[in-house]
Write a protein that binds this ligand. Structure first.
Ligand code: XLS
Ligand code: NI
Ligand code: NI
Length: 456
């Protein structure tokens, strides 16, 4: 296995099982293990992101970078630096043994002095990426354009008061959509970086909404024109960097798409921490997106329940993920989407292997949640009581109401005649909470038996 950056990890991370004391092995993640008729790897479609993991030095608003990322040191030749970055990134992906990666245009190539130079930088890096993909078998889950870092985007990209900025953003997305197509990307993501406002005092909401809708229509049109078959995804987030982001949450985005006749063109990329920031659970965002027919993919990084910003931590709660995964599996799985680690190391995690520990722990948490969710699907833990709860809607009265066959007057007549007299029933919340926990524990117990049998 080639690579000389992560030298403390000599080869591919293997499965060690839950009893293994080797932190550089998976305790749960087994790519070939069958889960609901598919390989675990294909159920999860895990992706490593190139921004936080390779293009962020570990700086925050109070301090400079702390990480050992030699290619980010100032003053070097840009092409050499970006080659070193890509070499290390693909060494990492290969050793971690996950199938996908994700990136923004600016993660792999800096802006040049002119737009043409910027595009040439990007194309040079993309050729290198193609080489790495061919060598390692890594695939692109999604590409995206960074429309928020450069000062020109301070007042937004598509929603900028200056049409020149809209045009510049359009050029950037056109290029990156084509790059994503060229690399065989499964999806293309639009996170509304600074599409929002800092103050309403200078903001024309209806104008900005119209601009944003026009932008998304142009992107969908270009997708058709170039024959890109991947899914276009919008990533909701309620605030940060702006005070208020237009793509607030799943329901807001779907409402926007429907108002502008774009609902068939876009699906959603849901981030666990963005759900938290919006005052929702991840479970809520997934269930809403699925109910609205707009689920696409997941950024699986979590937030901190005491903080109001995007902490982008690696996932570590099986409970939190199991319920979201249960909804996804019940609806047929992620299909073209996947689980992207848009996650940041903590600023003190400065050793090179910390990036492995972070991803291994996160992937195991996700895999463990997948097993619990699959078990709940198999046992109909929630599906059976849920369909039982609504069963009367397929009987005579429910069906007549839904089909429009009865009026308010008809219903009143039947109630007045004493024919209809509702009896409250238990919502069974505590019973269901207990049932979910039982399945989570049962999976643990059966894994314990399995581990003993395998003598691990
Ligand atoms: C920021 C977003 C961003 C997108 C990609 O909060 O999560 O990282 O996933 O632009
Ligand atoms: Ni985020
Ligand atoms: Ni994200």
């Amino acid at each position: 296995m080639s690579g000389d950056f992560f030298t403390e990890v000599p080869g591919r991370i293997g499965y060690g099982g839950p009893e293994s004391s080797d932190p550089l092995s998976y305790a749960v993640y087994q790519p070939d293990r069958e889960v609901l008729g598919k390989r675990m790897e294909d159920q999860l479609r895990v992706a490593v992101c190139l921004w936080h993991s390779f293009n962020w030095p570990g700086s925050d608003v109070f301090g400079v970078g702390t990480f050992d990322r030699p290619w980010l040191t100032a003053g070097q030749d840009a092409a050499t630096a970006s080659r070193a970055k890509l070499d290390a990134a693909f060494e990492f992906i290969d050793k971690l043994g996950v199938p996908f990666f994700t990136f923004h245009d600016r993660d792999v190539a800096p802006e040049g002095r002119t737009y043409s130079e910027t595009r040439a930088n990007l194309n040079a890096s993309v050729s290198q990426i193609e080489g790495h993909m061919a060598r390692t078998g890594a695939r692109l889950l999604w590409g995206t354009a960074n429309l928020f870092g450069h000062p020109r985007y301070a007042a937004g990209a598509a929603t900028n008061p200056d049409p020149d900025v809209f045009a510049y953003a359009a050029a950037q997305v056109k290029t990156m959509l084509e790059v994503t197509h060229r690399l065989g990307g499964a999806n293309y993501v639009l996170w509304g970086g600074r599409e929002g406002y800092e103050t309403l005092l200078n903001t024309d909401l209806s104008r900005e909404e119209a601009q944003f809708a026009r932008f998304l229509a142009l992107v969908a049109e270009h997708k058709e024109r170039i024959g890109f078959k991947g899914t276009l995804l919008i990533e909701p987030k309620p605030q940060e960097p702006t005070k208020h982001q237009y793509d607030y949450d799943a329901a807001t985005v779907v409402g926007f798409l429907q108002r502008h006749d774009l609902a068939d063109e876009y699906r959603l990329n849901l981030e666990v921490n963005h759900a938290t920031l919006a005052g929702h659970s991840f479970h809520h965002e997934v269930a809403s997106a699925l109910a609205l027919g707009a689920f696409g993919s997941v950024d699986v990084n979590r937030g901190d329940y005491q903080n109001g910003w995007d902490t982008d931590q690696f996932p570590n709660s099986v409970d939190e993920l199991s319920l979201g995964l249960h909804e996804i599996l019940s609806a047929g799985g992620v299909t073209a989407g996947g689980f992207n680690f848009d996650a940041k190391l903590r600023r003190q995690s400065i050793s090179r292997t910390d990036l492995f520990h972070a991803h291994i722990g996160g992937i195991d948490t996700l895999a463990r949640a997948l097993l619990a969710a699959a078990d709940m699907v198999e046992h109909q833990t929630l599906a059976a009581p849920r369909s039982e709860r609504y069963a009367d809607w397929s009987k005579e009265l429910g069906a007549a109401i839904l089909s429009g066959a009865v009026t308010l007057a008809d219903l009143e007549r039947r109630v007045a005649a004493g024919e209809i007299d509702p009896r409250p029933r238990s919502g069974q919340q505590e019973l269901l909470e207990g049932s979910v926990n039982r399945r989570i524990w049962a999976v643990d117990a059966s894994r314990e038996r399995e581990t003993k049998r395998a003598g691990r």
